[in-house]
Design a binder for this molecule. Structure first.
Ligand code: GDG
Length: 468
């Protein structure tokens, strides 16, 4: 069975690209190469000319990449508008940040229709179709409406909120009912499974039958598949960083000297709790002044979705918070917090993680959070650092040996930083070993395999089983 992956963005790899260090894109590419396949989605370019909306295909080995541009109006409504100003905040439980507009919603549906129409001529009868993430929820319904009977799966990378929260989104019942067009819906955690099923039942009258969700004549399996990372690749990168003489790693070593390091790595996104985390670090230094001058915090925060106003506001807030805390707590020869708003190579990241005694991963809400897993994979097994992890990250369901905190409680996070820095080596090793075992057993290869086994194991839907 050929595999067809559909995602919002598609990056066509360079012809001469060397094996990359890991990550979701690489894992999906490997799955496609193994079976032969097609990857369809937005090129990332904006083009208002009709030519831009045509599908362009590029062949790389056994994989065909098929991309289309978006028009500026599609980018504004489908991508920036409905996906990132309505669905993203709603699904991260942030009703106060949700900006709904009918124009955006119409644009979202229109792009999903256009993607369905463009994809159909590329499909073969027994292709296995795997659609990714919240930008494309109604895509399967659009495909079914046009007669596609292939097996279609969906994976939702971000949280699924409780029915009461999701139900606040206009057209939520219509949107959630399109889930019935999938054969398999994968989410990150059991909490997401419960929330999605209760939404399907309460918002559009779905019924549970034999562990599946029944809507009209169709059945959908909803299941948790916690996503992982390429643990082995990351471990190797981090171990190599001990010897690396590349500038960022060497310079970090030199500038830190004997000082301890607390690290945060996140896209500059309000779901990640960056401002709250900076405040917690400030609180830690105030409550435990003996650590002043001895510990520094490095927050790597590459800008993200800069065209969305809520992200510009977060950018301003994080600058303001770091500046205020540095001015209040710094010394002439010591800056407590460094916020670096740019992306580093995976090599450099692995080196930073390994050098850090504390990994601070404190999102207000997160589907999984891969940084938590990368931080553990990067540690020196003989002298590992300690992970402080938000209970609202999907990763907390698997990684209970981390110091689990409530990111809304600045005091609790500050105390966890202190506990982590004081933790005896034997306890650090014990916690690290359990965490490593878990992330290694559920790495990205395991995730891809489990999902695809589940999807291909589902009986092909009957010809007449279009959703009612
Ligand atoms: C979504 C869900 C879910 C960050 N800074 C740099 C950099 N990164 C990399 C990290 C990590 C990735 O970006 C971020 O992954 P997360 O999982 O933390 O978060 P989202 O981007 O929000 O991802 C999330 C995920 O999908 C997968 O299903 O876990 O919950 O929100 O890999 O290392 N990478 C490089 N330089 C940087 O400066 N190279």
């Amino acid at each position: 069975m050929r595999l067809v992956i559909v995602s919002n963005r598609v990056t066509i790899p360079d012809r001469h690209e060397k094996a990359a260090a890991g990550g979701l894109a690489v894992a999906l590419r490997e799955a496609l190469e193994k079976r032969g396949g097609l990857w369809f989605g937005w090129s990332g370019d904006v083009n208002d000319a009709a030519a831009g909306q045509a599908v362009r295909t590029v062949q790389r080995g056994k994989v065909t990449y098929a991309v289309t541009d978006l028009t500026e109006s599609e980018r504004q409504t489908y991508y920036l508008g409905f996906s990132n100003r309505a669905l993203w905040p709603n699904m991260h439980y942030r009703l106060g940040l949700t900006e709904f507009s009918r124009t955006d919603y119409a644009g979202y549906l229109a792009v999903n229709r256009r993607f369905a129409k463009a994809l159909i001529p590329l499909l073969k009868p027994d292709d296995l179709i795997w659609i990714h993430d919240y930008h494309l929820i109604p895509l399967a319904a659009e495909l079914r409406r046009r007669g596609v009977t292939n097996r279609i799966g969906y994976f939702h990378h971000i949280p699924w909120p409780p029915a009461e929260v999701f139900g606040a989104l206009p057209f939520s019942a219509t949107l959630i009912s399109t889930m019935g067009a999938y054969d398999l819906v994968g989410v990150q955690t059991q909490v997401d499974v419960r929330n999605l099923i209760s939404g399907l039942v309460s918002l559009c009258g779905a019924r549970m039958e034999g562990g599946k969700v029944r809507m009209g004549r169709r059945e959908t399996t909803v299941q948790a598949f916690p996503i992982g990372i390429d643990v082995e690749a990351f471990r190797k990168l981090a171990a190599a960083s001990e010897r690396a003489a590349t500038r960022p790693i060497k310079a970090t070593r030199e500038s830190l000297g004997a000082r301890k390091l607390v690290i945060g790595v996140d896209r500059l996104d309000y779901s990640k709790g960056i401002v709250q985390r900076l405040e917690a670090f400030g609180q830690f230094l105030r409550s435990h002044p003996e650590h002043r001058g001895r510990v520094g915090m490095l927050q790597i925060a590459p800008p993200s979705r800069t065209d969305v106003p809520e992200y510009a506001e977060l950018d301003r807030q994080s600058d303001e918070t770091a500046g205020r805390l540095n001015a209040a707590l710094g010394e002439f020869d010591w800056t407590p917090i460094r916020v670096v708003k740019k992306a580093y190579s995976r090599n450099a990241l692995a080196g930073f993680y390994r050098r850090a005694q504390v990994g601070l991963v404190t999102p207000m809400r997160d589907g999984m959070n891969l940084v938590a897993k990368e931080y553990i994979a990067a540690q020196d097994p003989a002298d590992p650092g300690v992970l402080v992890l938000s209970r609202f990250a999907g990763a907390a369901q698997q990684m209970g040996e981390a110091l689990i905190v409530n990111p809304y409680d600045t005091h609790e996070v500050a105390e966890a930083i202190r506990t982590a820095l004081a933790m005896p080596k034997s306890e650090r090793i014990r916690r690290f070993e359990r965490l490593y075992e878990i992330i290694d057993a559920t790495d990205i290869g395991w995730w891809t395999q489990c999902y695809l086994d589940a999807l291909s194991g589902i009986e092909a839907p009957a010809q007449d089983s279009a959703p009612k």
